[in-house]
Design a protein around this ligand. Structure first.
Ligand code: SIN
Length: 538
């Protein structure tokens, strides 16, 4: 593996200087930028536009214990239960304790959550899988869009923040264990640019695009995890990939989410014969933890030899559904379905990566001056399976903690003379005319077929052989196109995900091995990868 995707000499390139560079324009990136004092210059780099992220697509909502029957302690218990023994309790404590204050800040930025019909002074609370209380605040069924729209509106008014769209972060510039910035590529000019910064924050989202069927946008190709790994950073819990149970299964659309909130409002899952099946598997039935529901759907599909099951919310009337789920209602209408009358065809699809860049409680990584938050990070709060609606919350809670940490660091260093080291990379690479687009598709197919909800040594090993084959072919390739960069990142991530899944000889949370069905105490550990090491950590 080459340390950098491209050769370059910083002396010869355009250079930009910022106090902070944030990679990623989802909720974690933008909220962090807003929480850093305005006296600091910040660049936000986004691969497409700032409005294209997994956060924008988030439907359900944000978990926060606001009801008087609820508390951060109960929210914590539910999170730990869903996480199947692998959550970091200290991180979860931070998450649940700091939830309400961050939601207040979102409201100050103008985010409008739905109000309770009984008491308009209160936020409406709904339920999702594995929550023992109603604690999901929401904005219709497009919560992510409402939050992101308002945060983006605020950030575009900040004169200290510059947003670079269609600007791809390729690699971190790291010397003596410290991050000095990064090298990026502008899509329009196809020219590399150097961004020097005192702090770099990675908020690039997950690696859902490793899979053919995913709810993630096209930008979620694991770039942040890949450039962190190349730079010597640590990646943790990569084998835990969450499959959302109810993604639309329609010939024209297999990536549209049907929010868990629909089940929270009473929807029932039925198999191809029209039978309700979840009560046969789990006492919480349709509201069991997400990994359980996805696995049960998978088993039910196998039993009935079908490729989907159905979600039935026909007990609710049209008026209510149109109002409560406007986005889902109108999308289904486009495909000729009326959710107040029709059962919705659904199947599980990749949705969220629990693993990512290993961080501490302040979002710090093992690289000095380099931080990560949001889905790109592994703060340890999700363990082996994320509790529904904890992800936007994680983005804001840990994003704000990074903002505070970075501000403290910048204040302490304010009198330091900034030093911008030269980075010079020259390697032997070959122009191969390789079809990267085709290879990307082949990885997606491999991951979907062989590294999905159910895994065995044989499927994983077959997947590893296929990925390693591609890896060999592109090892010394001169990367010149955006597909080449994406392919390099995807191959790297796919190999690590598969290796971790092979190592973990047990079933836990989202990682189900039909050749090792038991959960084992000896595997109550995290698998942490770095360039030189694979370790099992308590
Ligand atoms: C959903 O609306 O079902 C997604 C919520 C989440 O992923 O937490």
């Amino acid at each position: 593996m080459n340390r950098y995707l491209i050769d370059f000499d910083t002396e010869e390139l355009d250079k930009k200087y910022y106090d902070v560079v944030i990679v990623g324009g989802g909720i974690a990136g933008v909220y962090t930028a807003l929480e850093i004092p305005e006296k600091y210059n910040i660049a936000i780099l986004t691969k497409e536009g700032v409005d294209i992220s997994s956060s924008v697509l988030a439907q359900g909502g944000i978990a926060v214990s606001l009801d008087k029957s609820d508390s951060p302690d109960i929210h914590m218990q539910d999170t730990l239960y869903a996480g199947a023994g692998l959550c970091d309790e200290e991180s979860v404590r931070v998450l649940v304790d700091e939830a309400a204050e961050n939601i207040n800040l979102l409201c100050k930025y103008g985010v409008e959550f739905d109000r309770s019909p009984e008491d308009k002074r209160k936020l409406a609370l709904t339920r999702e899988g594995a929550h023992s209380k109603n604690r999901i605040i929401h904005a219709g069924d497009a919560t992510g869009k409402e939050v992101c729209d308002k945060l983006i509106y605020n950030v575009t008014k900040r004169s200290n923040v510059t947003i670079y769209e269609k600007t791809w972060a390729l690699d971190l510039l790291v010397k003596d264990g410290a991050c000095h910035g990064l090298i990026a590529m502008e899509e329009e000019t196809e020219k590399p640019i150097v961004f020097y910064a005192d702090a770099v924050i990675c908020a690039t989202g997950g690696y859902g695009q490793l899979y053919y069927y995913t709810t993630n946008p096209v930008v979620a190709t694991g770039d942040g995890a890949a450039f962190t790994f190349r730079a010597g950073g640590e990646l943790e819990d990569l084998e835990f990939v969450q499959f959302h149970p109810t993604v639309l299964y329609h010939p024209e659309n297999k990536s549209f989410l049907i929010s868990e909130a629909v089940r929270g409002e009473g929807a029932i899952l039925r198999n191809a014969k029209g039978e309700r099946f979840m009560p046969n598997y789990h006492e919480l039935a349709e509201l069991a933890p997400r990994d359980v529901v996805s696995r049960c759907i998978f088993m039910e599909m196998k039993k009935t030899g079908t490729e989907n099951v159905y979600l039935d919310i026909t007990h609710e009337g049209k008026d209510y559904l149109e109002k409560r789920f406007p986005n889902i209602y109108s999308t289904l209408q486009k495909y000729g379905m009326d959710m107040s009358k029709d059962h919705i065809p659904v199947a599980p699809a990749e949705h969220y990566c629990m693993g990512g860049i290993k961080t501490n409680l302040d979002g710090e990584t093992n690289i000095i001056n380099y931080y990560a938050c949001g889905e790109a990070a592994c703060t340890g709060i999700h363990g082996a399976n994320r509790l529904a609606s904890n992800s936007l919350l994680e983005g804001i809670v840990f994003g704000r903690r990074i903002a505070l940490k970075v501000s403290e660091m910048l204040m302490n260093e304010k009198n330091n003379q900034k030093h911008h080291a030269r980075f010079f990379v020259k390697t032997e690479r070959m122009n191969k005319g390789y079809n990267s687009k085709e290879a990307i598709l082949s990885i997606k197919q491999t991951m979907t077929e062989l590294v999905g909800i159910e895994r065995t040594y044989d499927t994983l090993n077959e997947a590893l052989q296929r990925v390693v084959e591609i890896k060999k072919e592109i090892a010394d390739m001169n990367n010149t196109t955006f597909d080449d960069y994406v392919l390099q990142n995807m191959v790297l991530l796919a190999e690590l995900v598969i290796k971790a899944a092979i190592m973990r000889e047990e079933s836990r949370g989202a990682h189900y091995r039909s050749d090792f069905k038991e959960t084992k105490d000896e595997w109550k550990v995290h698998i942490v990868f770095s360039k030189d090491n694979i370790v099992r950590e308590e």
